[in-house]
Structure formats: structure tokens, C-alpha cells
Design a protein around this ligand. Sequence first.
Ligand SMILES: Cc1cc2nc3c(=O)[nH]c(=O)nc-3n(C[C@H](O)[C@H](O)[C@H](O)COP(=O)(O)O)c2cc1C
Length: 182
Amino acid sequence: MKVLVVYESMFGNTRRVAEAVARAMATTFEVRLEHADAVAPEDVAGVDLLVMGAPTHAWGLPRAGTRRAASSKVVTSGDLVLESGADTKSGVRELLASLHGGELRGWVAAFDTRRRGPGWLTGRASTSIGSALTRLGPRELVAPESFLVDQRDHLIAGEVERAEAWGAMLRHELEHHGATAA
Ligand SMILES: Cc1cc2nc3c(=O)[nH]c(=O)nc-3n(C[C@H](O)[C@H](O)[C@H](O)COP(=O)(O)O)c2cc1C
């Protein structure tokens, strides 16, 4: 079965989560890991599971303005490193806007990175991704999941391992339900 893991990331945290999820699924399935900027609508056609993740920005999905704000934060923080081209690349919001639904035949699953705290307070990009994808037709294989960063925008200890476990759970669910979401 074919799995496509798509992400965007400013400081590398969401990329590291996406890599862990892809790693856990690659033991069984054919897995592609791509930045959203490199994905066209035709790339999601024929995929049995589309996994999509983004950092939570301003209680939702990143947009051009919040990406610029993140890039400025790198200069003042001292210890954050900007992912290559992250402030000018397009991301998950733009990819979602380009999909029409006909391309999506399989299951979908959404994740985000965000600060610690209740989701209603921090916002969760994953719920925006999940509802945008399900509005197009496909069903979510599992509920949207969040992976947490600290106040300095570094993943808290254990989150990469939890992302691997989440990927393994997706693998089991896909094996159990099969490729057809309909
Ligand atoms: C401009 C900006 C806005 C943010 N807004 C939120 C927010 O509303 N809620 C939240 O939990 N975290 C917020 N954060 C923290 C990000 O979620 C965190 O930087 C991100 O998860 C790191 O992932 P990345 O390294 O992949 O970019 C914000 C960060 C930036 C730079």
C-alpha cells in the first residue's frame, strides 16, 4: 500500500515528527515523505493513506505572514534554525486549497505541532487539516494528533518516540481497515 506523508515546518520540529511517522510506516508500506511545497494534487492520487502535518500558527494553519514572523523569531531566539526556504515556500494551507477531492481515494490522517496546554487554548492545526480533508470526501483513519513543543519551540522529550508510536498505530489501522476508505 502507498502512503504519502506531507508536512511543512519552520524550525524542524514538524519535519522530525513527519520523519518519525514515515519511518514507522516504512517497515510495511511504500512511504513517500515530502514538503507540502513539493506536492501537486496529482501526487495524492492513488495514495492509500495521506498523512498531513503542520505547525500550529495563530491558532490554525501557517500562512505567509506567520511564516515571516517565524523567520524573524530565528534571528532573536539565538538557538532556532530556519528550515531551508521555509519563509518563502508554500505549505499545507496552500496545498489543501489546491485539492478538489477527486484525487483523494484513500484514508487521511492529520497531525500538528503546538505548545503544551489544552487544544482549545493553543489551537490545533491538525483539526483544520482534518476538517479540510474530510470536507473533500475521504475519511480520517484516526483522530488528529498533536505533538508538543516547549516555550522555546523545541520538541519536548519523548515526542519523537510518541510520533513513531503514532505511525505504528496508523500502520496497524491501515492493515486492519484495508486500502479502501469508502
Ligand atoms: C508565528 C507563530 C505563531 C504561533 N502560534 C501558535 C499558536 O497559536 N498555538 C500554539 O500552540 N503554538 C503556536 N506557535 C508555536 C508553534 O506551534 C511552534 O513553533 C511549532 O510547533 C514548531 O514547529 P516547526 O519547528 O515545525 O515550525 C507559534 C509559532 C509561531 C512562530
